[in-house]
Design a protein around this ligand. Structure first.
Ligand code: SR1
Ligand code: MG
Length: 407
């Protein structure tokens, strides 16, 4: 009788036994080693390796509470959502996500391809590494995974069935709270603000009612616009990269939501990378990030439009002007979400190393103010961000504005 017929949170030793019992991957006589390598906020991630054959795989298990805080209790069903999203994304965008070898709904874990020849993109960015193909790859990933699951392409009853399967209430609630609500009012008393920026943030974020109104509109867009099966957490910690390859991992926040939530997250985290590079005067890296921000928007538009022409099935979506209207809406959402994502990572609970690793206090204060100044602009003027260069111009404007105010 298997000891894995009832859920429990595994330790390294259990994971080795689990893999030998459940997956036909290693030789049964191999000597396996296992390390917990997770650094995310929610789950446990184990790498199981066989030194002799040089083979390895990943086991990811969901606990009943979030890793970041015991106070956050969560359904372990998120592991099923993640695995199924990876399987669907693998079908639409082969080569851009890891392969799933096994989904185990009892143990709430999945076994998947080990990508340890890649590096988490945020870690690469912290070393100011350049990834020449990133914009090409991530725009392909987004267009190929998002458009086919919209009503533009997917048969409508099939889509509604998938919407049901991807109802993800608890993880959506995390985003509704952490991204769309708490940064503006600290209503769960868990925002974390550095003391040197406290008064500035109270004035510029907590007391800006126009900003709150726009955040409210975007929150309802997030909750009520079942546009496509989105990744739901597409930051640079959810992406593995090496020079010639990009793999998107971790879609446990997947649900049917606005496409701009994914595109906006990618842009926001490129902006964090830029601000970190700017703090350390990394010119070559800065030029590359700036070019990448522009390409992410502009290539997304081109690829989305081409893919639309080749795959649209909904009759009314073929009406002249509809595609342009649809894309325009995605672009406004992209800017709005990018702004929200920036604010939540500076003001809220879950931060990003691009900013927290800046040790010098004056530099950290400056970096945060640039981010927040830009973010407010992105949210309030989101209808005006139509091209990649609109973002980089606004970024430079924010840098100049903060410089002037500091003088
Ligand atoms: C409680 S989880 C905090 C954050 O980590 C994830 O990566 C999501 O971004 C979530 O909001
Ligand atoms: Mg994650």
């Amino acid at each position: 009788m298997s000891r894995f017929n009832q859920y429990f949170l595994m330790k390294e030793k259990d994971v080795v036994d689990y893999v030998l019992e459940k997956v036909d991957f290693f030789d049964k006589k191999s000597y396996l080693t296992c390390d917990e390598i997770g650094d995310g906020n929610l789950n446990y991630v184990y790498r199981v390796s066989d030194k002799q054959s040089d083979k390895s795989l990943i086991v990811k298990q969901a606990g009943r509470t979030a890793r970041i805080s015991e106070d956050i209790t969560l359904s372990t069903n998120r592991n099923k959502i993640e695995s199924n999203a990876l399987i669907i994304h693998g079908k639409y965008a082969p080569g851009l996500v890891p392969k799933v070898y096994l989904l185990d709904e009892v143990m709430s874990c999945c076994v998947m391809e080990d990508l340890s020849d890649h590096l988490i993109l945020r870690e690469g960015f912290l070393k100011h590494e350049i990834y020449p193909l990133f914009a090409e790859h991530i725009t392909s990933y987004m267009v190929k995974t998002l458009l086919p699951t919209t009503d533009v392409v997917m048969e409508h009853k099939e889509k509604k069935q998938l919407v049901k399967e991807f109802i993800n209430p608890e993880l959506c609630e995390i985003s509704e709270d952490l991204v769309y609500t708490e940064p503006f009012n600290n209503y769960h008393h868990r925002n974390e603000i550095i003391v040197e920026n406290k008064d500035w943030i109270i004035r510029e974020i907590y007391h800006d009612n126009e900003l709150h109104l726009e955040a409210a509109k975007l929150k309802f867009e997030f909750m009520n616009h079942a546009q496509a099966l989105i990744h739901g957490d597409l930051h640079t910690g959810s992406i593995f990269a090496k020079k010639d390859s990009t793999k998107v991992i971790d879609p446990e926040f997947a649900f049917f939501g606005p496409i701009g939530y994914d595109t906006g997250n990618v842009v926001a985290h490129l902006i964090f990378a830029y601000i970190n590079g700017d703090t350390y005067h990394k010119r070559e890296f800065l030029d590359w990030v700036e070019k990448t921000i522009i390409e992410v928007i502009d290539l997304f538009k081109v690829k989305f439009s081409q893919e639309w022409d080749g795959s649209v099935t909904e009759l009314l979506a073929k009406e002249t002007g509809f595609k342009e209207w649809y894309l325009d809406h995605i672009l406004s959402d992209t800017a709005g979400v990018a702004g929200l994502e920036i604010i939540r990572r500076i003001v809220g609970l879950a931060k990003v190393k691009d900013i927290t690793s800046i040790e010098n206090t004056d530099s950290r204060v400056r970096a945060e103010r640039i981010c927040l100044t830009l973010a407010k602009n992105l949210i309030k003027r989101r209808n005006e961000f139509k091209e990649g260069k609109d973002y980089t111009e606004a970024l430079h404007q924010a840098i100049d504005e903060v410089k002037v105010k500091n003088e």
